[in-house]
Write a protein that binds this ligand. Structure first.
Ligand SMILES: *[C@@H]1O[C@H](CO)[C@@H](O)[C@H](O)[C@H]1NC(C)=O
Ligand SMILES: *[C@@H]1O[C@H](CO)[C@@H](O)[C@H](O)[C@H]1NC(C)=O
Ligand SMILES: *[C@@H]1O[C@H](CO)[C@@H](O)[C@H](O)[C@H]1NC(C)=O
Ligand SMILES: *[C@@H]1O[C@H](CO)[C@@H](O)[C@H](O)[C@H]1NC(C)=O
Ligand SMILES: *[C@@H]1O[C@H](CO)[C@@H](O)[C@H](O)[C@H]1NC(C)=O
Ligand SMILES: *[C@@H]1O[C@H](CO)[C@@H](O)[C@H](O)[C@H]1NC(C)=O
Ligand SMILES: *[C@@H]1O[C@H](CO)[C@@H](O)[C@H](O)[C@H]1NC(C)=O
Ligand SMILES: *[C@@H]1O[C@H](CO)[C@@H](O)[C@H](O)[C@H]1NC(C)=O
Ligand SMILES: *[C@@H]1O[C@H](CO)[C@@H](O)[C@H](O)[C@H]1NC(C)=O
Ligand SMILES: *[C@@H]1O[C@H](CO)[C@@H](O)[C@H](O)[C@H]1NC(C)=O
Ligand SMILES: *[C@@H]1O[C@H](CO)[C@@H](O)[C@H](O)[C@H]1NC(C)=O
Ligand SMILES: *[C@@H]1O[C@H](CO)[C@@H](O)[C@H](O)[C@H]1NC(C)=O
Length: 810
């Protein structure tokens, strides 16, 4: 580590003077004189008499230049061309601007040029086609336009070409696809057009990654891709590809991710089923298969159940599939996301679905289409074994012909989003359904459910949206609903509800929308709290409501209107207006910050489900042996940190908040905010968050070498000089990034050895942002940002996506 830093230093001196060694030696000797304690005598042979190139820890001859992740600005120095022995140049992740220096093409031994994630502009110099030693070329995330020069495509040893996230146009030079050396081609998110080479033109026997998504490529997907038997990732999404999914993809034995979504792919002519799924059963490593938003027709083959056991994500939605859902689908035991929505599937939901215990998201909505006859709809009851889907979080079965909700559905402890609107659900809701602590959204509207609204609904502590409109619910509105203090939307309109509107609903301080219209309600309309901002539309067409004339109802006979009403109104309305203002400013700021990433947003959608692993409370409990003492690795003022092993074997640190402390919430929110907006090699990485009313936790990278404090003060551990220098540099880099690396500086406020954690390679990561401060330019922004409760925060997937590439580049 230290040696690397020295190397970088030497290189920078070298750039300027590539001739005199004198200054270097002096600088190093002066560095030596500043070291007071060198227990292992590492520096003993740093003497004036010997050539410094032979000193311990010093390397000369500049072969490799690595300045990644800095804030370097300006043009890439032309002086580099004098360092004729350079083999690798890593300038990734700086702010270099200007053109790509053509002069680099004179470096005779250059094999790896990584200029990605800068602000370079212009075109790719054709002279780069002269660097015959070049193996890896990365220019991703710049402002490069124009074509890929054909000369570049002809480089004989090219293994990796990464040009993603630029503005490149024109056809992709065919030579790139006829190159046995090629391992990785990343041309995604550009504006390439034209067809891919026809069958004989593709010869990529060593290719592992092919990413061409988000371009305007046309024509068929060449079937000769199936000869690239080492492919692990094939992403052709969001293009204009037509024709069938090529045959023989089953040859791709190592294929893990196949994304063909958002094209215009059709079924194999003359085939009644999706035959490519049968081919894919030979891809036994497949984890993700996404072919949604195409024009695929035909039926799902029974062989769907023979797809790989490792399959986690299967998305076939938004196509023109017909027929039933094969019961064999229940064999896909490791599935977490199944989306068959927006097709023309019919028949029952197979009860075998209940076997997929890992399922977290189930989308079967809109299998209707008004053009299709009655029998083209998922019908019948939701199978009662649905309760076996222990991890299910989202269930969307709207726009079908389902007739019955089994009460076991309410046993799904993790379900938080349920949409069964627009079905034919009848019967009544079981009054003894299990209350849920995590359910946030319930939409049962546009059905024929009768009977009373169960009183237990008042125990759904996290409910934010409840839509029971357009049913036949009768009886009173349960006064327990006044406990739903998190509720934002309540729609009870178009039912047969009778009795009074419970005064308890005045407590619903969050509510933004309530609708009681078209029922048989009677009595006084409550007039405090949220009711003060409702209009007559929320109450129209009822039987005998009375109260405030602004609701266009007659005054109640017994209650004379209070004179002090206006005063009371002001007393309540003003704080509400103030709160709403603060909230809107918060939303505005959050939105504005999001807006910067428009191009990337689609990719977030595309990859979110894979990168941004959802971890349920149950999984966390299992991972940490129910937060067992033996797994406790740290206790802080705001909570505890446990070591856990996720079901896929990943070791993580789970930071659990002490919910008794109000500060703990604030600290959690600050920490989420900081970790959400910052990404750096030397900051602790967040994997995901898991929140429910009982628990708030952050799932973090596990640091196997513990804290710096332990290393400094324990008798069994000892750091050598180079490790110490390395840690110093790591911490300095982390702080520099926090202070200068982003729009709004972050001040850690609690930097100490116990908050510096070491990973297995002894790389230091700064942790514990609980009391960090975000120094926004505008003071009101600080206030609103730290006040707002942030709750579920999705780590920014786009980063994970790019990080995957950094790792490969390095
Ligand atoms: C400078 O360094 C080179 C090796 O890069 C060495 O060959 C040369 O002798 C050194 N010159 C002096 C004056 O030390
Ligand atoms: C200095 O020490 C290093 C490491 O022990 C050794 O590799 C190197 O040859 C030594 N150099 C000289 C000039 O003695
Ligand atoms: C490549 O090198 C050759 C010979 O050194 C030179 O003639 C040619 O102009 C170079 N090509 C480009 C595109 O610079
Ligand atoms: C592919 O490259 C080989 C040589 O590397 C060449 O012989 C062949 O003609 C090329 N094929 C096509 C279709 O360009
Ligand atoms: C795969 O490669 C073999 C041999 O190189 C060739 O005969 C065959 O046509 C190729 N398959 C496809 C689909 O291009
Ligand atoms: C799967 O591979 C085997 C040989 O490895 C082959 O016999 C079989 O036809 C393939 N099946 C499919 C569906 O491609
Ligand atoms: C699925 O695989 C099993 C075992 O290999 C085989 O018996 C069965 O026929 C396959 N099912 C389909 C529909 O291909
Ligand atoms: C499927 O999941 C189980 C349990 O989560 C795991 O043990 C198994 O290895 C997974 N299978 C594959 C093929 O990934
Ligand atoms: C439920 O699905 C329907 C149909 O797509 C949609 O209109 C409605 O907004 C959804 N409900 C919620 C709460 O999102
Ligand atoms: C039910 O109400 C919620 C909240 O107002 C709304 O988002 C949703 O779209 C409604 N459902 C339908 C089917 O209109
Ligand atoms: C409401 O209940 C009455 C009987 O009390 C029934 O006749 C009517 O059809 C119901 N209305 C709706 C919309 O279900
Ligand atoms: C009251 O509701 C209306 C719309 O129904 C909304 O535009 C307004 O912002 C709300 N005002 C307050 C103070 O809640």
């Amino acid at each position: 580590m230290g040696a690397l830093a020295l190397l970088v230093h030497l290189c920078m001196v070298d750039l300027a003077i590539c001739s005199s060694n004198f200054t270097d030696q002096l600088a190093l000797l002066s560095f030596k004189s500043s070291i007071k304690n060198d227990p292992n005598n590492v520096l003993s042979n740093w003497t004036k008499e010997t050539n410094f190139c032979g000193w311990a820890g010093v390397l000369c001859r500049l072969k490799s230049l690595s300045l990644t992740y800095n804030m370097l600005e300006g043009n890439i120095p032309l002086g580099l061309r004098h360092c004729q022995r350079l083999e690798t140049i890593f300038l990734w992740g700086n702010k270099f601007s200007g053109r790509i220096p053509e002069e680099l093409s004179t470096l005779p031994s250059l094999s790896f040029l990584a200029l990605g994630n800068n602000e370079l502009i212009g075109t790719i110099p054709p002279s780069f086609g002269n660097i015959s030693s070049l193996e890896k070329f990365g220019l991703e995330m710049n402002h490069i336009y124009g074509n890929i020069p054909t000369q570049l495509a002809q480089l004989p040893n090219l293994k990796l070409i990464d040009l993603e996230f630029n503005y490149l146009t024109g056809p992709i030079p065919p030579a790139i696809f006829n190159k046995s050396s090629m391992v990785e081609i990343d041309l995604n998110v550009n504006a390439f057009s034209g067809n891919l080479p026809t069958n004989n033109g593709i010869f990529l026997p060593n290719l592992e990654f092919l990413l061409l998504d988000y371009n305007q490529l046309t024509g068929n997907i060449p079937s000769s891709l199936s000869n690239s038997s080492k492919l692990t990732m094939l992403i052709l999404a969001a293009n204009l590809f037509t024709g069938p999914v090529p045959k023989h993809l089953g040859n791709l034995k190592h294929l893990e991710r196949l994304y063909l979504l958002q094209n215009q792919l059709t079924n194999e002519p003359g085939s009644v089923e999706l035959s490519f799924l049968t081919d894919l059963t030979n891809c036994t490593s497949l984890v993700v298969l996404e072919v949604h938003q195409n024009k695929l027709s035909g039926t799902l083959p029974n062989s769907i159940g023979n797809l790989s056991n490792s399959l986690e994500i299967l998305k076939v939605s938004d196509n023109q599939l017909i027929g039933t859902i094969p019961k064999e689908i229940g064999s896909l035991r490791n599935l977490t996301v199944l989306s068959l929505a927006a097709n023309n599937l019919n028949g029952n939901i197979p009860s075998t679905l209940g076997k997929i215990k890992s399922l977290q998201r189930l989308y079967l909505g809109s299998n209707l289409g008004e053009l299709y006859a009655e029998e083209n709809k998922l019908s019948g009851s939701i199978p009662s074994c649905i309760e076996n889907l222990r991890g299910l979080q989202v269930m969307k079965l709207y726009h079908n012909k389902l007739t019955f909700i089994p009460s076991s559905l309410w046993n799904l402890e993790t379900l938080r989003d349920l949409n069964l609107s627009f079905n034919s659900l009848g019967g009544s809701l079981d009054p003894h359904i299990r209350p849920s602590r995590v359910m946030e959204i319930v939409d049962l509207s546009w059905n024929q459910i009768s009977g009373t609204i169960p009183r237990v609904i008042g125990s759904f502590q996290s409910l934010t949206s409840l839509n029971l409109s357009r049913n036949s619910f009768s009886g009173p509105i349960p006064n327990t609903m006044g406990n739903l203090i998190t509720l934002d939307f309540l729609d009870l309109s178009h039912n047969n509800l009778s009795g009074q509107i419970p005064k308890s609903l005045e407590a619903l301080s969050h509510i933004q929308y309530m609708n009681f219209s078209c029922n048989k309600l009677a009595g006084e309309i409550p007039n405090e709290g949220p009711f003060m901002n409702l209009t007559s539309r929320s109450f129209m067409e009822n039987e005998a409501l009375c109260g405030n004339p602004i609701f266009k109802v007659p005054p109640c006979a017994s209650n004379s209107p209070k004179k002090s009403m206006i005063k009371i109104n002001l007393r309540y309305i003003l704080p509400i207006i103030a709160l709403m203002l603060i909230f809107s400013i918060g939303v505005y700021i959050v939105k504005r910050n999001h807006g910067n990433n428009v191009q990337s947003q689609n990719l977030i959608d595309l990859y979110a489900t894979t990168e941004n692993k959802m971890i349920s409370y149950l999984e966390l409990r299992r991972a940490t042996d129910d937060f067992c003492e033996a797994n406790l690795i740290g206790v802080g003022s705001y909570g505890s940190v446990y070591k856990g092993v996720l079901s896929d074997g990943t070791i993580v640190a789970v930071k659990v908040l002490n919910l008794q402390l109000e500060e703990a919430f604030r600290s959690f929110d600050v920490e989420c905010e900081v970790l959400r907006t910052t990404r750096h090699r030397n900051l602790i990485g967040v994997i995901t968050t898991c929140s429910n009313p009982e628990l708030r936790s952050l799932v973090l990278q596990y640091m196997s070498n513990g804290s710096l404090e332990m290393w400094l003060y324990s008798h069994n551990s000892c750091l050598n000089l180079l490790q110490r220098i390395g840690i110093m540099i790591d911490v300095a880099l982390a702080l520099e990034y926090l202070h200068y690396g982003q729009l709004e500086p972050v001040v850690h406020c609690d930097l100490k050895p116990s908050n510096v954690l070491l990973d297995e390679d002894m790389v230091a990561h700064v942790a514990d942002f609980g009391i960090a401060k975000i120094l926004a330019k505008n003071k009101t922004a600080i206030q609103t940002r730290t006040l707002g409760t942030i709750g579920y925060i999705a780590p920014v997937s786009i980063y994970c996506f790019h990080q995957e590439h950094n790792v490969k580049l390095r």
